[in-house]
Design a protein around this ligand. Structure first.
Ligand SMILES: *Cc1c(COP(=O)(O)O)cnc(C)c1O
Length: 234
């Protein structure tokens, strides 16, 4: 059985997470607007996404290019700002460039080259985040922290990409100390590279189960799905 949040429930859930985000930002000595909310909309039907957009959510994230294409017509009237937050295969690059404002999951020089080439072809610069696997779990996408520097140097040579931050999927664990260590590692990576990459300030980290913790570690964007829409069936 699927547990879905009703439409009024979506608005109420959004109000609640916004209040929690604001409180967590303030506890960290930042302003509420310094932490953006991205709605993770994988498996969520367009009608329900539109409810969330009407309730003020402006930024959505999809994991699969296929799903972005499938929902494009239904969501077009609302023109949400869309980010890709899932792994990108090279054969999907041409379909996604032009449809998203940011690819948060850049994890190789090869994929960066293809994104750069396509963004140049359509004449629209593309924002990118580098995805880092801070927990070292084999199942997770993203590059190892030790590989970040080389990828950043590569990105610096590409004309059509705007490298603006870092993304990670945190450790799924009840051990708060370990989850925190991962998020702090991403923040440290950003801070270490700020002198050479001053535009790369974003830290996209934190999901429904741990976004307040991620904000306390410096998250500038949290990606929330189930706490707004209810649990997913797949
Ligand atoms: C699904 C997903 C989220 C949101 O997860 P919830 O636990 O439902 O909030 C965030 N980021 C990525 C990359 C996801 O795939």
């Amino acid at each position: 059985m699927e547990h879905q949040t009703s439409d009024t429930g979506i608005a109420a859930a959004l109000d609640e997470v916004r209040a929690r985000i604001a409180a967590a930002a303030e506890r960290d000595g930042r302003r509420p607007e310094d932490v953006r909310l991205l709605l993770a909309t994988k498996t969520i039907q367009p009608e329900r996404i539109i409810e969330a957009i009407k309730a003020g959510a402006a930024l959505i994230g999809e994991n699969r290019v296929q799903e972005i294409l499938a929902k494009a017509d239904a969501l077009a009237p609302c023109h949400p700002d869309t980010h890709l937050i899932g792994h990108l295969q090279s054969n999907k690059v041409n379909q996604v460039v032009g449809r998203v404002s940011c690819v948060q999951s850049v994890d190789s020089a090869g994929i960066a080259d293809r994104l750069d080439r396509r963004a140049g072809e359509i004449g629209r610069p593309l924002e990118v985040f580098v995805q880092v696997n801070v927990s070292g779990e084999e199942s997770k996408s993203g590059i190892a922290p030790t590989e970040v520097e080389a990828l950043l140097e590569h990105l610096a040579g590409l004309q059509n990409l705007r490298f603006t931050g870092y993304m990670t999927v945190g450790l799924n664990s009840p051990e708060e100390r370990q989850v925190r260590a991962g998020y702090e590692a991403l923040r440290d990576l950003r801070d270490r590279h700020l002198p050479d990459f001053p535009s790369a300030t974003e830290l996209s980290m934190g999901m429904s189960g741990d976004y307040e913790l991620a904000i306390s570690c410096g998250a500038t964007m949290v990606r929330l799905g189930s706490t707004v829409f209810g649990s997913r069936t797949r």
